[in-house]
Design a protein around this ligand. Sequence first.
Ligand code: CP
Length: 314
Amino acid sequence: MKYRHKDLLGLEGLTREEIMMFLDSARGFKRILSRPIPIVPILRGRTVANLFFEPSTRTQVSFGIAAKRLSADSVTITAKASSVLKGETLLDTARNIEAMKVDGVVLRHSASGAAHFLAERIDAFVVNAGDGCHEHPTQGLLDIFTIREHFKKIDGLKILILGDITHSRVARSDIHGLIKLGARVVVCGPPTLVPPEIERLGVSVHYDLDSAIKDVNVINILRLQLERQNRSLFPSIQEYREYFGLTVDRFRRLKKGVLIMHPGPINRGVEIDPEVADSKQSVILEQVHNGVAVRMAVLYILVRRVPWKEGGTS
Ligand code: CP
């Protein structure tokens, strides 16, 4: 089985087999990460540039560590520390970086479609590390990887994605990936934060959290993305928590073994109570841990498709 693409731009365009390829490969890399010396030389001489034009802690650090664990070289460029501030375009920035013989670019950008735009115009592979409200495929893969580790399957599970669906690229990647692997996906949030067309992706929509949480295996709670909302979409933070927050009271009513997930960063006391985020059922930090193995798998699979560059870092 071969990965058919130059890039990883989203889970929407992948087959079930391609998603499984990343998950199975990540399982092997997770075993490597548990060794006393968690490094393999398989990408020695290869170079990845991380272009982070939007804030990030988890994804940026995770890609950096993943490259190191594979013995690849990586450089990270942020918008504030680059010539973007002097007016250079994203494409010119990427072309200049490509001229330095990098194999791939990992891009976080506030514009939906930015990763697709770049992927069509440069030879280096592009990994979408989150583009606006569109997709965040490596987060989707690590979420699915974490669920699969706990339940040994995805097929037949009922998974609730809770909160600000409209602004969430994580929700879209999770939905595309989980549905391809046979999960039943339910989304729940205020009507102003659930796009009407979301049902076309194959999910069912609830606006009442207390009924939505019945019989779920997993709740993936999304951050309230206030920075992407240019008008008030619910009356107040307190009311959001009351109606759509995973509070201690709701948590106590869940059936045993429900997995609590959140892609981070979390707003404690808004979409999730601190006691729930820190509970034994919470796998929030496990998601972060698995993210390194997943990103190792992504870099490994994409770099192997790139011919060795003459005059590059080799
Ligand atoms: N989950 C996630 O993408 O977190 P960061 O924004 O910190 O990378």
